[in-house]
Design a protein around this ligand. Structure first.
Ligand SMILES: C[S@@+](CC[C@H](N)C(=O)[O-])C[C@H]1O[C@@H](n2cnc3c(N)ncnc32)[C@H](O)[C@@H]1O
Length: 219
């Protein structure tokens, strides 16, 4: 697989929102049943909402991609709440790629996210701090500081190394006790790897077009 030979092509999903298709991984960035719907269901309704009681939250996103999860988080957070949002991405989109899906997004914030400098923090809105790091997921380490992880890698079929027990153990160490990792995937092997990494795992109803998803709590 040649790293530099990817093309990310725009696709319209069933709820009308735009997403991308990666030729290298032969994967869509979101569910073709509805990109925005999936993001709202998996990461907001089953993730962010669980922490409504916190005045300050630290979110780690595994896979920045188009920036859709950042935008739906922005829309779903009150400016009273302090958000520290860190997004990891190894293969950033080129400007022609992200502009190909621009019509689907709130333009100003979308452009700020994509034009932001790597490894530096910007305030996307009052109390919402955003940083993106260009890094391989496998190399990310931190002290236990994240309340919530949006685990949004390509599927285990495309990238099995990212859904391993080792990966989940590493992420578990980056989370605070009571922290939550959510993902659109509900595969049995992934669930077993999360359990082996020490998480308490729940199956939840999935977004339209998917029966189930997973929510993994750090004990
Ligand atoms: C499913 S997409 C993420 C979708 C994204 N959350 C969004 O809202 O558009 C998976 C992302 O992981 C990135 N990726 C794949 N392998 C990676 C790796 N080893 N380290 C870091 N990023 C990786 C891809 O470039 C892609 O942007």
């Amino acid at each position: 697989m040649k790293e530099f030979e990817d093309k990310r092509l725009p696709v319209r999903t069933k709820d009308g929102s735009l997403s991308l298709f990666s030729e290298r991984y032969s994967q869509h960035y979101h569910s073709i049943h509805g990109a925005r719907q999936e993001s709202l269901h998996v990461f907001i309704a089953n993730g962010l909402v669980m922490f409504e009681y916190l005045a300050e939250i630290s979110i780690l996103e595994i896979g920045m991609g188009t920036g859709l999860n950042i935008l739906v988080t922005l829309e779903s957070t009150s400016i009273q709440k302090k958000v520290n949002y860190l997004s990891l991405e190894k293969y950033p989109l080129s400007e022609p790629e992200w502009t190909s899906i621009l019509p689907s997004f709130q333009t100003e914030q979308f452009q700020r996210i994509h034009r932001a400098k790597w490894n530096s923090t910007i305030e996307l809105q009052k109390n919402f701090l955003f940083e993106k790091q260009q890094i391989d997921f496998l190399d990310y380490r931190s002290e236990p500081k994240h309340h919530l992880i949006y685990f949004d890698a390509f599927s285990p079929e495309a990238q099995p190394e990212l859904w391993s027990t080792l990966m989940f153990e590493t992420l578990n160490k980056c989370m605070l006790p009571g922290g939550l990792l959510v993902t659109y995937c509900a595969k049995g092997e992934v669930r077993r790897n999360m359990l082996a990494a020490g998480f308490k795992v729940e199956k939840r109803p999935g977004p339209p077009g998917k029966r189930e998803m997973l929510a993994a709590w750090k004990m």
